[in-house]
Design a protein around this ligand. Structure first.
Ligand code: MRU
Length: 348
């Protein structure tokens, strides 16, 4: 199965699929400026933690490519820092965004000796392309490590979209599903629609169907009955940030699913790359949670569904406590509790 390419460097621009248009339209957009990339991340044209990281890396290159080649390197590095700070403000929760911006700046910092601004710009473009390529390999490794957790003729429940449209490859949570299918396993997937922006029904269902995988969309509030009656044997979701103790921020609703999975004695798996771990924070309590516009709840997709001026609370993510997580599937292997130890060991 060839994954859908959600972001790539093409014709001197960054080509993305505008995910706000899915599933009705598969619209490609060429992003040519750092400001356009900031907006694309902010309004979720490009979304999903690893894809946001890739977008930020390319966005940073777009921000410095017009800097004159004759600019003194120290001045160039200051401009780079300013552009990185600008992009870092686009979305707060997915740590891959900050990870990618830091990686790009670290490469530029390391390469200053003997290099001109012209050369540094090219080094940064190559680094962004490398981040995207590496992500494809990482996703495949996550899939290979995780597919053993998928039972033949089993049923999996997933939330939001952690597939090829959220990454540079075949996804994180969906990678074990794709590899399982490649290996000839037969199974069913239930996809939560994922209120309020419907990444589950618009994006996960779209890409699983395109790959020929048996997918059924449910409203988020049907997960309990599906677990009780439809023989779900595993829940797999992605992650936006994982703290040192294994607490995991992911799309709002993931926390509730973890409680339901526990009540039904169903294993609850998180799939995520190394770049989603944030060891600078001890627990999920320190993860910044993005809050989004009220209209996403009250007027979703242009239809008014709540009284005018009603109060709303719209966190885009929640934190699943590590105690509710059975294992974390990474490109370096499967991590089991106690996560403080297994995460530390993996990071070394
Ligand atoms: O707001 P979104 O659509 O960017 O949220 C995405 C998720 O929560 C994903 O599950 C997560 O980023 C992992 S993507 C591999």
């Amino acid at each position: 199965m060839a994954p859908l390419t959600t972001i790539e460097w093409k014709n001197n621009c960054v080509r993305i699929i505008d995910q706000t248009k899915l599933p009705q339209e598969r619209l490609y957009e060429d992003i040519a400026t750092t400001e356009a990339m900031y907006d694309a991340i902010k309004i979720l044209k490009v979304r999903g933690a690893p894809a946001i990281g890739i977008a930020a890396a390319f966005g940073l290159y777009l921000g410095i490519r017009e800097v004159p080649d004759t600019t003194v390197v120290s001045v160039f590095l200051k401009i780079l820092k300013k552009k990185a700070a600008y992009l870092a403000a686009s979305r707060p929760t997915a740590v891959n965004l900050f990870w990618a911006l830091e990686r790009m700046q670290a490469v530029a910092g390391k390469e200053t000796k003997g290099h001109t601004t012209f050369q540094l710009k090219n080094i940064l473009l190559q680094e962004a392309i490398k981040i995207a390529r590496e992500d494809a390999e990482i996703c495949r490794k996550i899939g290979i490590n995780g597919f053993k957790l998928i039972k033949d003729f089993g049923t999996i429940l997933t939330h939001c979209n952690a597939g090829s449209l959220a990454t540079g490859g075949m996804g994180t949570a969906l990678a074990p599903i794709y590899i399982g299918a490649e290996k000839g396993k037969k199974f069913k997937v239930f996809a939560d629609e994922t209120r309020p922006l419907l990444q589950g029904s618009r994006i996960t269902a779209f890409e699983l169907m395109a790959a020929g995988i048996d997918v059924t969309v449910i409203c988020d509030n049907m997960a309990a009955v599906v677990m009780a009656k439809k023989g779900v044997h595993a829940v797999i979701t992605g992650a936006d940030r994982i703290a040192a103790n294994g607490d995991t921020a992911n799309k709002v609703g993931t926390y509730g699913l973890s409680i339901l999975a526990r009540a039904h004695e169903i294993p609850f798996f998180i799939a995520a790359p190394f770049s989603t771990f944030d060891l600078s924070i001890k627990s999920g309590a320190q993860i910044p949670i993005e809050e989004r516009r009220a209209e996403e709840i009250t007027c979703g997709f242009g239809k008014t569904t709540a009284p005018k001026n009603v109060k709303t609370f719209n966190p885009a993510f929640d934190v699943t406590p590590h105690a509710n997580i059975t294992a974390i599937i990474t490109e370096r292997g499967i991590l089991y509790p106690p996560f403080v130890k297994s995460i530390k060991k993996m990071m070394q």
